[in-house]
Design a protein around this ligand. Structure first.
Ligand SMILES: NC(=O)C1=CN([C@@H]2O[C@H](COP(=O)(O)OP(=O)(O)OC[C@H]3O[C@@H](n4cnc5c(N)ncnc54)[C@H](OP(=O)(O)O)[C@@H]3O)[C@@H](O)[C@H]2O)[C@@H](O)CC1
Ligand SMILES: Nc1ncnc2c1ncn2[C@@H]1O[C@H](COP(=O)(O)OP(=O)(O)O)[C@@H](O)[C@H]1O
Ligand SMILES: [K+]
Length: 488
């Protein structure tokens, strides 16, 4: 499957490019409507059930008319309700309505009575304001029926570009998208309302994407697999990097999980630097770990003076006091790659400027969840994706905005949306493992954007394989098996 995600504007451009290449609007709409009819039929393998199709005033509605025609031709009882006047339908939608030989009723809530399946063809890409009035009544009524819904392009009321709900939206069983997915198919809350997403080939040539500046991809091995660290027969451990983790004194589990994950990802060596009082805790936890007691930030600097220590993780379990602050500022100045997580966002709350001045750049990755994000960046306006992009741009670093639909964002605006993380990852220490996984890839010399994306996907896959009941420790142990199955 192609990894590109197209914005609404890019989708319209793809449409125009296809038409310029000689594929007519009705040809595209015919293919779109046929795909919708196929999805409806897949919901009732035992045969026809009554279908109500609610059509809006634009081409989304046009797709609904085409689907109606195909279903009726296949012997399905179909009722079509239109929001607005048939005479007002223009262009391809006008063509599709004219080709529908059955009655066109005013779209009312009553039309849903007795429907076995509903097609939501009110608004798609052209949604330009929050839904209200009759449209909202229809959407709420569809949602209230509890019947399977096939949404055309997106559930009506969802903003295709960011997945936000504008006014209201009915949860679909299947959403049929066209040519390529849109952000709303992958970003919550849209993603949660789309049900199963089926992307139909409607005859737009794949090549039209080549002329577009596609900057959003579905995160997965096809995106970063070729950038994964390679092993050579003659490797020794220093060829595979030396990761340095600041370990805390009280919450020692976080750095231990991260260090173990970095080793499992293939880092040649991992050192935990910690207060002398915590030395024993770290040493006894893992024989393969190097543990270096440090008295103060100067001790950490001394470790950094060995340039083979090439990747740094700061934050998990570190405590948000002056030590973390000093160590972070000097690590940023030391020209290393690294991951900033957890207590960093408390330590530098509202103070991105200090991180920037110290040298934060695109070799660094920040991994906040929503709450941590707000701590560092404040209440930025816009959707989650817009806020993440703004934060990456303002910070100059790679931003990993964690959640069920984790975003990996480059300061230049490129974004990868992660799709494979199961909810069982919401468990204590899971984020520490993620930070360590990314660190392990950085230590092996993988570029920060790819390392972040690979770490996030791999972490999601680890969660999927462990399943319900997983604890963070399980994630690290399944890392090698996943590497063997990544075909790059
Ligand atoms: N490759 C492609 O692109 C292909 C696209 N295809 C299909 O075309 C769809 C896009 O069609 P589209 O551009 O006509 O927009 P659409 O979603 O029908 O809505 C526009 C209409 O809705 C109205 N309206 C908007 N918001 C509203 C609100 N809140 N409340 C009330 N009204 C509102 C708006 O009204 P106005 O702003 O003019 O008042 C206008 O009349 C796309 O989703 C896909 O299904 C396929 O056929 C094949 C190829
Ligand atoms: N509902 C969810 N579905 C999928 N992944 C989730 C969900 N909730 C959290 N995660 C993932 O689990 C990890 C939790 O990280 P974090 O909140 O930092 O936890 P901790 O601080 O306990 O280590 C992140 O990678 C996040 O993307
Ligand atoms: K729709």
């Amino acid at each position: 499957m192609a990894a590109e995600i197209l914005t609404v504007a890019q989708m319209y451009a793809a449409d125009r490019a296809a038409m310029a290449a000689g594929i007519s609007g009705p040809t595209l709409m015919e293919a779109a409507g046929r795909a919708v009819a196929r999805a409806v039929r897949s919901l009732s393998p035992d045969g026809p059930v009554p279908v109500t199709i609610l059509c809006g005033p634009g081409n989304n509605g046009g797709d609904g008319f085409v689907a109606a025609r195909h279903l009726r031709a296949a012997g399905w009882p179909v009722r079509v309700g239109l929001l607005g006047e048939k005479s007002a339908l223009a262009g391809d939608a006008g063509w599709a309505a004219a080709a529908w030989a059955g009655p066109v009723l005013p779209a009312t809530v009553r039309l849903l009575d007795g429907a076995g399946i509903i097609v939501d063809a009110l608004f798609g890409a052209g949604l330009n304001r929050p839904v209200g009035g009759v449209a909202l009544d229809l959407i709420m009524a569809m949602a209230g029926t509890g019947k399977p819904i096939v949404a055309v392009d997106v559930p009506s009321g969802i903003n295709g570009d960011d997945g936000t709900v504008r006014g209201g939206a009915a949860p679909a069983t299947i959403t049929v998208g066209f040519f390529r997915p849109k952000p709303a198919h992958y970003l919550y809350p849209g993603r949660g309302l789309c049900g199963r997403v089926e992307i139909a080939d409607i005859g737009i040539p794949d090549a039209v994407v080549n002329d577009m500046d596609v900057d959003i991809l579905i995160n997965g091995p096809s995106v970063w697999g070729r950038a994964l660290p390679r092993r050579a027969a003659t490797d020794h451990k220093y060829h595979r990097g030396h990761a340095l983790v600041l370990g805390g004194t009280i919450m020692t589990g976080a750095a231990r999980l991260a260090a173990r994950a970095a080793l499992r990802m293939g880092a040649g060596l991992v050192t935990v630097a910690c207060a002398p009082s915590a030395h024993m805790t770290y040493s006894l936890s893992m024989p393969s770990l190097i543990v270096q007691p440090i008295d103060d930030a100067g001790g950490f600097d001394a470790l950094l003076s060995d340039t083979r220590r090439n990747a740094v993780l700061l934050g998990p379990g570190a405590g948000s006091g002056p030590l973390l602050r000093k160590v972070t500022l000097s690590a940023l100045a030391a020209n290393r790659a690294g991951v900033l997580d957890a207590d960093i966002f408390t330590c530098f709350a509202g103070d991105l400027a200090s991180l920037r001045r110290a040298g934060l750049n695109g070799d660094w990755i920040m991994t906040p969840h929503e709450g941590e994000f707000r701590r560092l960046f404040g209440d930025l306006p816009g959707s989650r994706a817009e806020r993440a992009r703004r934060a990456a741009s303002d910070s100059g670093a790679i931003l990993v905005m964690k959640g069920p639909d984790t975003l990996i964002v480059h300061p230049d605006g490129r974004m990868r949306i992660n799709h494979n993380a199961p909810p069982c990852l919401a468990t204590a220490g899971s984020g520490d493992v993620l930070a360590g996984m990314i660190l392990g890839l950085l230590a092996q010399g993988m570029g920060a954007f790819d390392a972040a994306a690979a770490g996030v996907w791999w972490h999601g896959e680890a969660g999927r394989r462990c399943g319900a009941g997983l604890i963070a420790e399980d994630l690290t142990e399944i890392i090698p098996a996943i590497r063997r199955d990544i075909l790059f």
